[in-house]
Design a protein. Sequence first.
Length: 94
Amino acid sequence: MVFAIGTIILIWTLAVPFSPVAFAVTSLPCGSSSRVGKGLVASLVVAIVFFATAAIGLGLPRLRGLLFLGLGLLGFTPVVSYFFVAFGPVLNLG
C-alpha cells in the first residue's frame, strides 16, 4: 500500500508539475493539461493494479503467480509512470 501511495505522490509532485522543453519544430501538446490528464490515467492504473493485487492476495491465495506478477508491476510502475507523465507529451506517447 505504501508503494502505491508513494507512486501516486511521485506522479503528482514531480511528474505533473515538471515542464519539459518542447521542440520548436513540432506542434506537440506540451501544456500542463496534457500532463494532468496523463497523471490521472497513470494514477488510476496504479490504483487498479494495487487493488487487484490486494484482492488476489486476500481472496485467492492459491493464485500466487498473479500475486507476484502484481507486486512486480507495482515495483515497475513508478519509473514507467514518471516518464509517461513527464515526457509523454513531448514524445507524443499516448
